[in-house]
Design a binder for this molecule. Structure first.
Ligand code: AMP
Length: 430
């Protein structure tokens, strides 16, 4: 099997790792990959958004299956392009990727499919948006409709702040085209979980539930980031809750996407708020695996991932993905200055002996030219340190120890990844 993974972050390193584990003999390529994927795959120096060169590479290497990690190439139509050339792709068409690339579209789909989500209105006109905000109860959530690298949602405690957020998006152009349409919606209270569903457009196979940590600092303080850690499974995600998510959210959404003649195949990622009475509400849909959720979830797969992706990419129903009875915690190591202005260039040392069950996934790393070939910081989120263990507490401890053992100047990480789960499991929490 000749496989191509598109992307170069921690998520794509984890995808390569999971595919390689299932098939030691596969011809695996990663574009562009990173220093971590070099030991698993052949890195191709092609950007994830360079559709022409990716299509050429798929041709040249006779790729049987392309797995697309990030949302941008999907929104640009990479899957359509490769499919038009007769190649199997795991990931949705550009039209179906609109479920992430346009929050206005996602809201419309959910409204028609009667999927529970925050009440909202969509605006392109500043005056109308401001008038709506003025009548809206506080808090108010204002979102740039387009892709904004996770920075497009502003939770505003007051109408005054919401007016400001609307102005920044619609008037100042700070979000570019992504902010030329805004969604103004009600605030949802509760606990967030991520449900990743592998789908052929009709059926779903769920990966274990995970929980991301968006804030930079411990105690969920500091600025929002792409994600500072994740763990899986999450005890809030009971089988009964997941049945409801499947029946009331995932299947109706997929049905509406088929009805619109934009069937969704790939991973439908539902970011959910579980409210205090235990009801799930959609906060957002993504059209791919999450990062860092993938680094926590994929190491829990014991077998069947490649087969499932293969089938779905060939229009067949998703086959069972078998899971280890274990827990995973991943801790992201970020560079000083992340998320606004990460400092790059520091030398990274990863000790040869890490705690048992720990895997380090690369993201913002690079190697200096030979002969030194030093591993260096090259981006905001540098590494993620995943520990898999028999218990959540053990996985949490080992992930933290692994994160502490890795060294680079300016390292920033959270020691409290999984704190909600830890609190639930503590005897005093009952
Ligand atoms: P989004 O870009 O839509 O995923 O939003 C980013 C983050 O903002 C989410 O992960 C939530 O933490 C928060 N958020 C977005 N929408 C809402 C909402 N309606 N109510 C509460 N929090 C929200």
């Amino acid at each position: 099997m000749r496989l191509l993974v598109v992307g170069g972050g921690g998520r794509e390193h984890a995808i390569c790792w999971a595919l390689r584990r299932e098939d030691p003999d596969a011809d695996l390529y990663c574009a562009p990959g990173n220093p971590g994927t070099t030991s698993l795959a052949t890195n191709l120096p092609i950007r994830a958004d360079d559709l022409d060169r990716l299509a050429d590479a798929a041709d040249m290497h006779g790729i049987d299956l392309t797995v697309v990690g990030p949302e941008v190439p999907l929104a640009l139509g990479l899957a359509d392009r490769l499919r038009a050339e007769g190649r199997a792709v795991f990931g949705p068409s550009a039209a179906a990727a609109s479920i992430e690339a346009s929050k206005a579209f996602a809201k419309e789909v959910m409204a028609v499919a009667r999927v529970p989500t925050a009440e909202s209105r969509t605006f392109r006109d500043l005056g109308q948006a401001l008038a709506y905000v003025d009548r809206h109860p506080e808090p108010v959530v204002v979102k740039a409709s387009g892709l904004a690298a996770g920075k497009g949602a502003v939770v505003c405690p007051t109408r005054r702040e919401a007016r400001e957020a609307v102005r920044v998006m619609l008037d100042s152009g700070a979000f570019g085209a992504a902010g030329s349409t805004v969604v103004v919606e009600a605030f949802l209270e509760g606990e967030e979980i991520s449900v990743l569903a592998v789908t052929d457009g009709s059926d779903v196979e769920l990966l274990p539930v995970s929980q991301d940590h968006k804030r930079l600092l411990e105690g969920d303080t500091g600025p929002n980031t792409g994600g500072m850690g994740a763990y899986s499974p999450v005890s809030v995600g009971t089988p009964a809750l997941l049945d409801r998510v499947r029946e009331a959210i995932l299947l109706p959404t997929l049905e509406e996407m088929r009805r619109r003649r934009t069937p969704f195949t790939g991973v439908l990622y539902a970011g959910l708020m579980v409210d205090p009475s235990g009801d799930p509400w959609v906060v957002e849909f993504n059209c791919r695996l999450g990062d860092p959720e993938a680094q926590a979830v994929l190491p829990l797969v014991s077998e069947g991932l490649t087969d499932c992706l293969w089938r779905v990419s060939h229009g067949e129903r998703p086959s069972p993905i078998r899971l280890r009875r274990a827990a995973a915690v991943t801790t992201v190591l970020a560079a000083r200055g992340y998320p606004d202005a990460p400092e790059t260039g520091a030398t990274i040392t990863i000790p040869p002996e890490l705690p048992d069950g720990v895997t380090v996934f690369h993201a913002g790393t690079t190697r200096s030219p030979p002969p030194e070939g030093r591993l260096q910081v090259a981006g905001g989120r540098v590494l993620s340190v995943t520990a898999v263990a028999a218990t959540f507490a053990e996985a949490q401890r080992r992930s933290r120890e692994g994160a502490e053992a890795i060294g680079f100047e300016g390292k920033v990480f959270r020691r409290d990844v999984g704190w909600r789960e830890a609190a639930r499991r503590a005897p005093t929490a009952v």
